[in-house]
Design a protein around this ligand. Structure first.
Ligand SMILES: C[S@@+](CC[C@H](N)C(=O)[O-])C[C@H]1O[C@@H](n2cnc3c(N)ncnc32)[C@H](O)[C@@H]1O
Length: 368
């Protein structure tokens, strides 16, 4: 008889084995349920559940969404088992609904806690897995456009809800003298502007100022141009810095960078460019992921550390290594200490962390 225990290596504790397997398959459950959340968003199922104002049977939900009941039922069972959707059974009939909190996060784009952006781009993010083995071998990753046009929409949907609720009332007023300057007329650049949400918000609020968004993603810039036209805003424009470089004559009053320095192939060079662009009395609002100085601290302090490191491989670090000499900071690569050090090396002498509460981001006022 074959000794399978010996063949498997060191002695295995059966309870620890069960626990490890359980942990492993909770990851797969998370991945598959994330796919179901993507479908719930894309097919309007969450919106229908929210708008119904009463618990729905799967037949009613399918009817409202214009979908086939059998498929909606299996989806609803996944969602109820995963506690995304609530279910109650009365007289053998199951009815599904969203709690107010679930409705806010799953079906209310205006709510600051709305969370569908990362799920919007889930297929594009996971499709990157096909390219990853080659990136692991070559060391070279892929920029944001590798996620296609829907990748840019996903980023837009990820960041805009919080910005819409907080940028004008909470973030800009936390910067020394910036609101007064924007009111009287300032020159502003948002670098790594994505689909332009922050630029359009600020341009609408401060008509005397001019706002330029810069990004290297053609899909994000396309989306920004479309939104600019829809908004009818005349004091904003969007540019690809490779064709229309960021000014280098110390002329800008305010520069903003939202969640993008850690994605850049050359973040130190970008900080030097920001220093050349900004007025001596100007302000750089640096918003980047809240990160610690070591893996040990990230793992200890950040309950989402595994998610962040995974997203880094599939998206942020991949972008930051999309050129062979990329710095590759990645999602948790720009801690406050690292940002301070790099800003000082670029010629900034003042660096202040702002007291702004955000689940994943840290906010810094950086000045020459
Ligand atoms: C995570 S997204 C953030 C977008 C936007 N700031 C927002 O908050 O929605 C990062 C963006 O940085 C852009 N990016 C990366 N490297 C860049 C560079 N060197 N110059 C300008 N944009 C860059 C990417 O194309 C992408 O749109």
């Amino acid at each position: 008889m074959t000794d399978t225990t010996a063949a498997a290596g060191p002695a295995v504790d059966p309870d620890a084995l069960k626990m490890f397997s359980f942990q492993l398959f909770t990851k797969l459950e998370g991945a598959v349920t994330a796919g179901m959340i993507h479908l719930g968003d894309q097919l309007g199922l969450y919106t229908q559940l929210k708008d119904a104002g009463a618990a729905l049977t799967t037949a009613e939900l399918a009817d409202r969404a214009g979908l086939a009941e059998r498929w909606v039922r299996e989806w609803a069972y996944n969602q109820a088992a995963a506690k995304m959707v609530s279910v109650a059974t009365e007289g053998g009939v199951e009815r599904f609904t969203l709690t107010p909190e679930a409705a806010a996060v799953l079906a209310t784009p205006e709510h600051p806690a709305y969370g569908m952006g990362m799920f919007h781009r889930l297929p594009q993010t996971m499709r990157a897995l096909e390219e990853m083995p080659e990136s692991f071998r070559s060391g070279v990753g892929h920029d944001y456009d590798s996620h296609g046009p829907q990748g840019a929409v996903g980023i837009e949907r990820s960041f805009e809800p919080w910005n819409r609720a907080n940028l004008l009332p909470n973030v800009l007023p936390a910067l020394d003298g910036v609101v007064a300057r924007l009111e009287s007329g300032a020159k502003v650049a948002d670098i790594g502007c994505g689909a332009g949400g922050a630029v359009l918000l600020m341009a609408g609020a401060f008509p005397a100022s001019h706002f330029a968004g810069y990004d290297i993603s053609k899909y994000a810039l396309g989306r920004a141009a479309q939104k600019l036209e829809e908004a009818g805003v005349t004091n904003a424009a969007f540019h690809d810095p490779r064709d229309e470089p960021i000014p280098s004559n110390n002329s800008l009053d305010l520069i903003t960078t939202f969640d993008c320095i850690h994605d850049m192939t050359h973040p130190q060079e970008m900080m030097h460019a920001i220093r050349r662009a900004i007025r001596e009395d100007g302000t750089w609002l640096l918003v980047d992921i809240k990160a610690q100085d070591s893996f040990e601290l990230n793992a200890k302090k950040n309950p989402m550390a595994a998610l962040m490191y995974g997203i880094s491989v599939l998206s942020c670090m991949s972008s930051a290594l999309s050129e062979p000499d990329g710095a590759g900071l990645g999602t948790l690569g720009l801690s406050e200490g690292k940002a301070r050090e790099m800003a000082a090396a670029a010629g900034f002498s003042r660096f202040r962390k702002l007291d702004i509460d955000h689940s994943v981001n840290a906010f810094y006022e950086v000045r020459p």
